[in-house]
Write a protein of this length. Structure first.
Length: 216
């Protein structure tokens, strides 16, 4: 399975009429937030592939109806914030947003709020363990886990809840955005416990050559 993961930056190579020439073999798109709705709608149409997403803290176009109204979502795409889905045997979950640093966005959260979202996912994760022998294959988030790829300022600080999720549920991958990468020397792929943490700023191609399997 070939997966295109995206976050934070509209890539000219993707937002192009020739995107199918290079990425037409993509089976699935995963978006980790802070991308305009038109971009996601273009990709899901041009690539004719399912697209699962979470919102970032800067959800362009998503708050047109105000902070307390339901968010406007990209057509043809599936929001998996706080959800666990099974996509052709691949077990995927999502957690939106960043650490709360002001009151300007509905997509900023406290540690406790993210922790509550995780707790609500427990029954489905436990079902996965019983049914499939593992809790999860991929967790997509906007913010990184605390201490992995994050920064010290509160806006770009990672969530401890994400780190605890890795320790408890052992996904094969945690894919995040939020932290922009301007230098090739900055780490974007890190192994923590048995999970590969990937910062997908811009885009990243993930190829799964083996069927999902339980982590030892």
């Amino acid at each position: 399975m070939k997966i295109l993961t995206i976050s934070d930056k509209v890539e000219p190579i993707l937002y192009s009429e020739r995107v199918r020439d290079r990425f037409g073999d993509v089976d699935l798109v995963l978006s980790c937030g802070d991308l305009p709705l038109y971009y996601l709608e273009f990709l899901v149409t041009a690539l004719n592939a399912p697209l699962y997403f979470v919102f970032g803290n800067h959800a362009e176009g998503a708050e047109a109806n105000g902070r307390d109204a339901p968010a406007i979502e990209p057509a043809g795409c599936v929001n998996i914030d706080g959800r666990v889905v099974n996509h052709k045997g691949l077990l995927i979950a999502g957690l939106e947003g960043s650490m709360r640093y002001n009151n300007s966005s509905r997509f900023q959260h406290s540690e406790a709020e993210i922790g509550e979202r995780v707790i609500r996912m427990w029954p489905r994760l436990a079902y996965n363990r019983l049914k499939h022998g593992r809790y999860l294959d991929i967790l997509i988030t906007h913010a990184p886990p605390c201490g992995i790829h994050d920064e010290e300022d509160i806006c770009h600080r990672g969530f401890k809840a994400h780190r605890r999720f890795i320790e408890r549920f052992r996904p094969r991958y945690l894919i995040h955005g939020h932290v922009h990468v301007y230098s090739p020397s900055r780490p974007t792929q890190t192994i923590y416990r048995q999970t590969e943490v990937i910062n997908t700023y811009g885009y990243h191609i993930l190829e799964l050559t083996a069927p999902p399997a339980a982590l030892a």
